[in-house]
Design a protein around this ligand. Structure first.
Ligand SMILES: O=C(O)c1ccccc1NCC(=O)[C@H](O)[C@H](O)COP(=O)(O)O
Length: 218
């Protein structure tokens, strides 16, 4: 029997779409703590949402170069299972955060071309998981969640020392091909299950998880 595909739905900000992700079989649900994002959630809002997530589904907090004061406050209130670092956090900073909070860390690494690949192996030394994502365009407002894909052939057949997740421009109609080309066993989506930036669609969430072959093992 093949490995079970694990799907992360990122940028959830209301109970309806969170429930849709849980019901459809998401293994991870992500909350974005980045004020410039259309998916940004406040700490209190995230706390309410996170409390409804069944045990066994990984609740991920996405932050961008967050300082300890913010992380202390957020992690004190919100029952988070994993930190996703989506900024320019160095390997040393990542290692410090892992020790400070005792939570699994997933570092996003942006890929545009082959020169970006060595960073994946560097971060693999200090994280629990990697998120291999498209590098944002230079003038982008957001460091992620831009709905852009990279050339999946760049990572075809490659393996790293820790589990990894494929992200960037995945949609219900391309995720199966992305999995086939890269061999990913975990995939992450945000824009590809939205009608407009920040507005998730329950049907698209279910369609994406079905197309990816996702199950959460429940
Ligand atoms: O979603 C955001 O608004 C966001 C803001 C700041 C940093 C990262 C952000 N999103 C990252 C993701 O949602 C995903 O982990 C990943 O990049 C896939 O995004 P998409 O291409 O939109 O599917």
């Amino acid at each position: 029997m093949g490995a079970v595909m694990r799907v992360k739905i990122c940028g959830l900000s209301n109970v309806e779409t969170l429930n849709a992700a849980v019901t459809a079989g998401a293994a991870y649900v992500g909350f974005v703590f980045f004020t410039k994002s259309p998916r940004h959630v406040l700490v209190e809002q995230a706390r309410t949402l996170a409390q409804t997530v069944p045990v066994g589904i990984c609740k991920v907090a996405l932050t961008v170069n967050a300082d300890d004061a913010f992380l202390d406050e957020m992690l004190e209130s919100v029952p988070i299972d994993m930190l996703q670092l989506h900024g320019s956090e160095t390997p040393d900073r990542v290692a410090d955060l892992r020790t400070r909070y005792g939570l699994p860390i997933m570092k996003a690494v942006g890929i545009a071309d082959a020169d970006d690949l060595p960073a994946i192996a560097d971060y693999a030394q200090v994280v629990d998981q990697l998120l291999i994502d498209a590098k944002p365009p230079k003038n982008a407002d957001l460091p992620g969640g831009n709905g852009l894909a990279f050339d999946w052939r760049l990572i075809a057949g490659r393996r790293w020392a820790v589990p990894w997740m494929l992200a960037g421009g995945l949609r219900p109609d391309n995720v199966a091909e992305a999995i086939r080309l890269t061999g990913a066993q975990q995939v992450d989506v945000s824009s590809g299950v939205e009608t407009t930036p920040g507005i998730k669609d329950e049907k698209m969430i279910a369609e994406f998880i079905r197309a990816a072959g996702g199950k959460n093992g429940h």
